[in-house]
Ligand binder design. Structure first.
Ligand code: NDP
Ligand code: MG
Length: 375
């Protein structure tokens, strides 16, 4: 019996890596569903190769591609009876509803799409508990943590240290960063990823999102989730235990390893496809503190995390709006942090326990961000 996998966002960077992994694991897994937003050509090619039972295109226009269309196709794909694992590789808040639906239906969600966990962490983790579903992180740092703590009791865990590459502006001065162009922001030193997360890596918003993600996944207080800049991206995370011992997970940067682990956790299966680790080839590994003045949005994210409730919802929404405007060439790079700051200042923090409160906070923050970014 093979395990049925749905890939939401199969045409993106993580989606394509997931299919790459599955192409080497055909005896264990079958592709049961694929979805994309608007890339009908690639989706069609993937569907022809994998012949899934369900193919959904959110923004299909007049094209007839597969059997699902509109935003509903994400939930349809995620809850099908022939789907055991949902790889959520969508970018942004658009992945929230399908994540909740999959968890309510008792599925394993291999979660790359960190934004829903940031905007609605309480709700998502509660839905998993109540629905019998399970969230297994695909994000490399969180996969690293999970690999280090599997088999340990939560009380043995003392602190996490997530690594950050520092992005393309690590050695710049803050004034130059504020005026950086889209091309400069998209030149990530170690990872090849979608545009939104690449910009988030340049601003270090990605790491703030990951701190919040780690808090909800592993149940640690924010004071126990640290970040260190590690330009080589070889150590993905450190885990410190109560006795002072520290474990780390290392490897050359590739998302295929964490994707495969999210599918097989807690087991490991052979995979000849990934580049084997070689400490000599990895070379010198260096670690630096986060320079707060270079990454103002990171500090804002940590402050939103500490405020709790809907503050992370507002942080995520403001960032999504600002990054879209930056990628469209409408605002400067420095405006991303300014916009987030303005939104957080005005945001009234509420309890984030219900979907309605989260969606209201998200919509209000987006409206305010659009005004703040362009004024
Ligand atoms: P991409 O931009 O490469 O891919 C996004 C995917 O989501 C595409 O398939 C896209 O479809 C689809 N999509 C976009 N918007 C919507 C929407 N509104 N509704 C439904 N589907 C949509 O992003 P990445 O693969 O880089 O990242 C995906 C997620 O994984 C992000 O949350 C990111 O933070 C996270 N992540 C990514 C890593 C990486 O290495 N890339 C590492 C760790 C986490 P279409 O192609 O048709 O537009
Ligand atoms: Mg990451």
């Amino acid at each position: 019996m093979t395990v049925g996998v749905a890939i939401l966002g199969s045409t993106g960077s993580i989606g394509c890596s997931a299919l790459q992994v599955l192409s080497r694991q055909r005896d264990r897994f079958r592709v049961a569903a694929l979805t994309a937003y608007s890339n009908a050509d690639l989706l069609q090619r993937q569907a022809a190769e994998w012949k899934p039972g369900y193919v959904g295109l959110v923004n299909s226009g007049k094209r007839e591609t597969g059997n699902g269309k509109g935003p509903e196709c994400l939930v349809e794909a995620a809850t099908r009876p022939d789907v055991d694992i949902v790889v959520n590789a969508i970018v942004g808040a658009a992945g929230l509803e399908a994540t909740l639906a999959a968890l309510s239906a008792g599925k394993r969600v291999a979660l790359a799409n960190k934004e829903p966990l940031v905007m609605a962490g309480e709700l998502v983790t509660r839905t998993a508990r109540e629905g019998g579903g399970e969230i297994v992180p695909v994000d490399s740092e969180h996969s690293a943590v999970l690999q280090c703590i599997t088999g340990r009791r939560p009380a043995e865990l003392a602190r996490l240290i997530l690594t950050a590459s520092g992005g393309p502006f690590r050695t710049w001065n803050p004034e130059r960063v504020a005026g950086a162009t889209v091309d400069e922001a998209l030149r990530h030193p170690t990872w090849k990823m979608g545009r939104k997360i690449t910009v988030d890596s340049a601003s270090l918003v990605n790491k703030a999102l990951e701190v919040i993600e780690a808090h909800f996944l592993f149940g640690l207080p924010y004071e126990a989730v640290d970040v260190v800049v590690h330009p080589q991206s070889v150590v993905h995370a450190f885990v410190e235990f109560v006795d002072g011992s520290v474990l780390a997970q290392v490897g050359f940067p590739t998302m295929e390893l964490p994707i495969l682990y999210a599918l097989t956790h807690p087991e490991r299966v052979p995979d000849a496809g990934v580049r084997r680790f070689d400490p000599v080839a990895a070379g010198t590994l260096t670690f630096e503190p986060v320079r707060a003045e270079l990454y103002p949005a990171y500090g804002l994210g940590r402050a939103a995390a500490a405020a709790g409730g809907t503050a992370p919802t507002a942080f995520n929404a403001a960032n999504e709006v600002a990054v879209t405007l930056f990628l469209e060439g409408k605002i400067r790079f420095g405006r991303i942090a300014d916009t987030i700051a303005r939104v957080l200042e005005a945001h009234q923090v509420r309890d984030a326990a219900s979907l309605e409160t989260v969606l209201t906070a998200d919509a209000a923050a987006r409206r305010l961000a659009r005004e703040a970014a362009c004024s």
